[in-house]
Design a protein around this ligand. Structure first.
Ligand code: SAM
Length: 174
């Protein structure tokens, strides 16, 4: 099991350096999944927001989730200023972790889906969920989001997920 300290080495995708090096050109997400899954079992909240004084499971849950509310509040205020409109029915939180942002999105959307590569994170997201069936959490170990039909979501949000991947990965999801 990797040490939690390794969280911030994820961007390098330790290995031979080629994220698409597995057979048939399929993205090898195994290592990524193992790393995040381990963090989900050891120090999940710190692995998500790595403030030095929160290391060792020292995050206060309310404080952690309050940050999610504040973030989504700002994002939605910004979105309102844009010359676009979208329905408020369904939203996707890609790389949802323990559901910090998924839950906050309930302020604006009826149904939320949080998707994550790590089963341990999804287990916690389900445990911490305060919105019943409005928030659904799904493990996705694929290098795409084809488990959802096209145009299924009115809004897709993702924070602190795609920057850990090389652009080729991110494009595959988008
Ligand atoms: C830094 S955490 C951010 C969690 C959440 N977005 C938040 O801000 O609270 C990154 C999350 O992205 C997930 N993740 C990383 N790569 C992923 C992928 N390819 N597909 C889905 N989830 C992924 C990790 O398992 C982890 O839970």
């Amino acid at each position: 099991m990797p040490r939690v300290d390794e969280a911030w080495t994820l961007g390098t995708f330790a290995g031979n350096g080629d994220p698409r090096s597995s057979r048939e050109g399929v993205m090898d997400l195994g290592q990524l999944k193992r790393h995040w899954n381990a963090f989900g079992k050891t120090d999940p909240l710190w692995a998500i927001i790595a403030l030095p004084d929160k290391k060792g499971n020292k995050w206060d849950m309310d404080e952690f989730f309050d940050r999610g509310e504040a973030e989504i509040g700002s994002v939605m205020a910004y979105a309102r200023q844009l010359p676009v409109s979208f329905r408020s029915r369904r939203a996707l939180d890609f790389g949802c972790g323990v559901g910090r942002l998924t839950q906050a999105l309930t302020a604006r959307f009826d149904e939320l889906v949080g998707v994550d590569v790590a089963p341990s994170m999804i287990r916690l997201a389900r445990r911490y969920n305060r919105h019943g069936r409005r928030c659904r959490y799904v493990v996705n170990g694929e290098d795409n989001l084809r488990l959802f039909p096209s145009d299924h979501f009115d809004f897709v949000y993702s924070n602190m997920v795609l920057q850990h991947m090389r652009p080729a990965y991110a494009k595959a999801y988008i």
